[in-house]
Design a protein around this ligand. Structure first.
Ligand code: PMP
Length: 457
């Protein structure tokens, strides 16, 4: 692939994307010290509250040093002693005293080193990102662990967006992203999508208001960021084709955009081979990707991870240092132990079991849709994720219907306008999830929806 015209010596200028708040972040001397891999658990927080020079001194000090500097709590005073978890299928995870001490103690902001390493191997194996062997300045692939992908996303946007910026969003989209962006004072430009996700031509059309050279002008309001959900879109269930991804990536190169690839449904792609991710196409280091274990291991454990160019990941970690500090050591260790016992093969076998379940659920919803909604509703069968996106014929706006009449009929959906940046625009769509309901409930739900539509139009 030819180098992008926008890159200086083939290198992205990441400073262009990082806003003033993020650029002003300084590393915490305490947290930085903790991040050094050589520190043992009793010495790693030796600096707690100490200025950087003292921290460096402590780090270099011999093991015989008596440190009265550490501000870490004494784990002997924690009430929890040991724990064991039984994994479906028979495996056991045990937290003996050492692991328990680690699980209950502060740890590094970017995530437990062993878990980062496991996840990096996974990313390499699945996505083979071109950036793996780049230098840090070139956007070498880095990874940090976040409290679900939501935490990663909000820190990414808070790093990139300044008031008055313009952000490109595929539409309709995840409301969690919309409400994250709105208070940041940016303008949202909607890019149309269909059953194959974001439409490259729509992206080109929206960007045609600017010239690619505007990206070199710091005063231009040309968008710098494109956000998209490439697989099993929430709410649309749509998945982007490889061709589209390639086209979108080329447009991003032309206009020097960063791509935020929010992919929590990646492991819920029902058909193999799985589509290549934006990360796997990322020759420039312009993709920052959020992954989630919420749909496949647990949503309550809150484990997600952000993968992208090191200069950007470093800024996300600086934010973590002053906010959450790190994802719970306890849950990271739980997940780490599970992944280590499973190995990558075991993990992917588990993913296959999850896929089998959701594919059956999808089929059940499709069957009920065929039975009850034919002629009344238009839809596409999703190939990933958890959602059907239903267009109700003859009903220009579903909001009243769903929030009033459907409730009386004892059936619930999410009205389409909940997924629009401007939710005052009428939407004929509703989102139906097939994750939790039984096939019988889906069937009854769609029967009730059909009655409702017939009574309304
Ligand atoms: N992005 C999308 C598109 C989602 O649908 C969700 C959750 N429903 C998230 C991000 C956040 O997921 P989590 O924080 O649980 O990883």
């Amino acid at each position: 692939m030819r180098g992008s015209a926008m890159l200086r010596n083939g290198i992205m200028n990441y400073a262009r994307y990082i806003n003033a708040v993020s650029a002003a972040r300084k590393p915490s001397p305490i947290r930085e010290l903790r991040a050094r891999p050589m520190c043992d658990t009793t010495r790693e927080d030796a600096s707690c509250g100490a200025p950087v020079k003292v921290a460096e001194l402590l780090l270099k000090s011999p093991k015989t040093m008596i440190s009265l500097a550490s501000g870490m709590p004494n784990p002997n005073m924690f009430p929890f002693e040991k724990a064991s978890f039984t994994i479906k299928g028979g495996l056991k995870i045990t937290f003996g005293p050492d692991i328990m001490n680690r699980a209950l103690q502060y740890s590094t902001s970017s995530g437990l080193p062993e878990l980062i390493s496991w996840l990096k191997d996974l990313q390499k194996c699945i996505h083979n990102p071109p950036t793996i062997n780049y230098s840090p300045q070139q956007g070498q692939m880095a990874l940090c662990i976040t409290n679900g992908s939501q935490d990663g996303l909000s820190k990414i946007f808070e790093m990139l967006i300044s008031p008055g910026d313009t952000v490109l969003l595929d539409t309709p989209t995840y409301p969690g992203t919309i409400i994250m962006l709105q208070p940041l004072g940016c303008k949202i430009l909607s890019i149309s999508s269909d059953q194959h996700g974001l439409i490259p031509q729509s992206l080109s059309d929206v960007l045609s208001k600017w010239k690619p050279e505007d990206a070199k002008n710091p005063r231009s309001d040309i968008p710098k960021v494109l956000y998209t959900i490439p697989n099993g879109g929430n709410p649309t269930g749509a998945s982007m084709t490889t061709e589209r991804k390639k086209e979108v990536y080329q447009i991003a190169r032309k206009y020097n955009l960063l791509i935020i690839e929010d992919d929590p449904y990646y492991f819920l792609q029902f058909e193999k081979p799985w589509a290549p991710s934006f990360l796997s196409l990322d020759v420039d280091g312009r993709v920052i990707r959020t992954d989630s274990f919420s749909k496949i291991l647990s949503s309550g454990l809150r484990i997600g991870f952000v993968t992208g160019p090191k200069p950007l990941i470093d800024q996300v970690v600086l934010h973590m240092q002053v906010s959450t500090m790190h994802v719970s050591s306890f849950t990271q260790l739980m997940v780490l132990q599970l992944l280590q016992q499973w190995g990558q093969d075991g993990f992917l076998k588990h993913v296959d079991r999850v896929i089998e379940f959701y594919a059956k659920q999808r089929d059940a919803m499709q069957l009920s849709a065929e039975r009850w909604l034919k002629g009344l509703v238009e839809w596409h069968v999703p190939t990933a994720g958890m959602f059907f996106w239903l267009k109700l014929k003859g009903i220009p706006d579903t909001h009243q219907l769903i929030t009033k009449k459907a409730v009386q009929k004892e059936v619930l959906f999410v009205p389409g306008n909940a997924f629009m940046a401007n939710n005052s625009i009428p939407s004929p769509y509703v989102r139906a999830a097939f994750s939790l309901s039984t096939p019988e409930q889906m069937d009854l739900g769609f029967e009730r929806l059909a009655t409702l539509i017939k009574e309304t139009v």
